[in-house]
Design a protein around this ligand. Structure first.
Ligand code: NAD
Length: 488
């Protein structure tokens, strides 16, 4: 037994409202499962409408009384710097928690999740004092200027796959701009959000500025979405729930950003460095056990190198280390929950029924009762198969040949999604030409998943709208006011 089984640093798993830890008003709790064992790890409070109301009121009071929105941007930046420092100082503990909760390999949790979360807070700490307005040249006999200020109470609703990073990509810019936040983490993976609540307090974020309500989507999430005291909704999750959230936001005329599903195409041209491309192809579909909105599950390969690449994948993919996320050498851990594993099994069964060729994988990996699935490569599917058109969200790669650049682009753009895409080519002109024509919020050339808080990402088509990261995200947590002063 390692310490992983025995310690729960989030303590009793209560709601964090107005700087206080408290149980749900009706005492309800929900289970958190260890995906590497299929056993219950702990329970956390399950917020109901009364708790969500208390959290929104606390955020409203904190906003209106101004301990945060009244700070200068530079002072807010100082506190956010402390958040980044504490994340780095407590990296081992936070990575351990994220790994335990999501089933992420510990090495990945450290190198990607914790590192990026710290970078997010540091980046927006630096941007916090850039919220300047400007004077405007007009024919009026007046001094006209703009001011940029916070919107108010932000509802941040986040998914299960990157709990720490996706909370940070909302909370960091929201706080930098002077807003207050109510965060509803995913039902299945709430632990790092609770840990961060305590960390914010230790960093000097005033009480009520960040509130965390754990609980289910249909109860806690829905109550937050509909609460009249919320001024902006920042949602990341599936396209189905996002569609619902956008319609509720529309009814209530709330500004909203939507980071939704993805199903990216990865294009390999015959002029690519194949050895390098294979590394990127494998990373793109196994990263985070394929539970990556910006993963690359659809491989499109130029016909002259199609057979060669399939052969290389058939040899290389079974060698990817799958197993216990606690072990430093593990690259692919379990799926984060049983429902995700079942969904992957259903899609692979459908591929078989449609006569596809399972090049490798195609089955569960029986290990410790956990939700493991072997990385799987599938060839010979028709482009209209649901396995290609829909978001499988697991370690599954489909491979299709193409005969021309136009055909590659048409196949890449043929699904309802448009979050990310990738191009492998040695031809510089082609790289730019193809990147320009791909319908995606971010395009990577000759690698995959190169992400940084300075570089915005987000969707087109059914992958949503709005951008996270970059000054673009900061701007989305602000409103502009114009002041025109008569000089008569
Ligand atoms: P999900 O849509 O099931 O849940 C997302 C969040 O919404 C959770 O916190 C959930 O509790 C909440 N929710 C559910 N029903 C709700 C309701 N009625 N009202 C309010 N909130 C509700 O998504 P998931 O399964 O947790 O995450 C996977 C999905 O997220 C995938 O589709 C993936 O592509 C997408 N995703 C997108 C991005 C991006 O940046 N575009 C990033 C990560 C994940």
């Amino acid at each position: 037994m390692t310490t992983f089984e025995t310690t729960d640093p989030t303590g009793p798993g209560r709601l964090f409202i107005g700087g206080q830890w408290r149980e749900a008003a009706d005492g309800a709790r929900t289970e958190v499962v260890d995906p590497s064992r299929g056993t219950v790890l702990t329970t956390v409070a399950a917020a109901g409408p009364a708790d969500v109301d208390a959290a929104v009121r606390a955020a409203r009071e904190a906003f209106d009384s101004g301990p945060w929105s009244g700070f200068s941007g530079r002072d807010r930046g100082r506190v956010l710097h402390r958040v980044a420092e504490l994340i780095r100082a407590e990296a081992d503990e936070i990575a351990r928690l994220e790994s335990l909760d999501v089933g992420k390999p510990i090495t990945l949790a450290h190198a990607v999740d914790v590192t990026n979360a710290a970078n997010d807070y540091e980046y927006y700490a630096a941007l916090a004092h850039t919220l300047d307005g400007s004077t405007r040249d007009t024919p009026l006999n007046a001094l006209a200027y703009t001011q940029r200020g916070p919107i108010g109470v932000v509802a941040a609703i986040t998914p299960f796959n990157f709990p720490l990073i996706l909370a940070g990509s909302k909370i960091a810019p929201a706080l930098a701009a002077g807003n207050t936040v109510v965060h509803k983490p995913a039902d299945e993976t709430p632990l790092s959000a609770l840990y961060m609540a305590g960390l914010f307090q230790r960093a000097g974020v005033p009480d009520g500025v960040v509130n965390v309500v754990t609980g289910t989507g249909p109860v806690a999430g829905e109550a937050l979405l509909r609460h009249p005291g919320v001024d902006k909704i920042a949602f990341t999750g599936s396209t189905a729930v996002g569609r619902h959230a956008a319609s509720v936001a529309g009814e209530n005329l709330k500004p909203v950003t939507m980071e939704l599903g993805g199903n990216a195409a990865h294009l390999v041209f015959e002029d690519a460095d194949l050895e390098k491309a294979v590394g990127a192809v494998i990373k793109a579909f196994v990263f985070n056990t394929g539970q990556f909105c910006m993963g690359g599950p659809r491989l499109l390969v130029a016909r002259p190198v199609h057979a060669t690449l399939l052969k290389i994948l058939a040899e290389a993919v079974p060698g990817v280390p799958v197993g216990d996320p606690r072990l430093p050498e593990t690259v692919v851990g379990p799926m984060a929950g049983e429902r995700h594993l079942r969904k992957v099994e259903e899609y692979v069964a459908l591929a078989r029924k449609e006569g596809a060729r399972i090049v490798c994988g195609g089955e569960r990996l029986g290990l410790d009762g956990g939700y493991y699935y072997r990385p799987t490569v599938i060839a010979d599917l028709s482009n209209d198969s649901r396995v290609i058109q829909e978001e499988v969200f697991g370690p599954v790669l489909t491979v299709q040949p193409f005969d021309s650049e136009d055909e590659a682009i048409a196949l890449a753009n043929s699904t309802p999604y448009g979050l990310a895409a990738g191009v492998q080519t040695g031809n510089l002109a082609r790289a730019h030409r193809v990147a320009d024509r791909l319908q995606a919020g971010i395009v990577w050339v000759n690698d995959w998943a190169m992400l940084d808080p300075a570089v915005p990402f987000g969707g087109v088509k059914e992958s949503g709208f709005g951008r996270e990261y970059g000054p673009e995200a900061l701007a989305s947590y602000t409103k502009v006011k114009s002041v025109v002063v008569s000089l008569d």
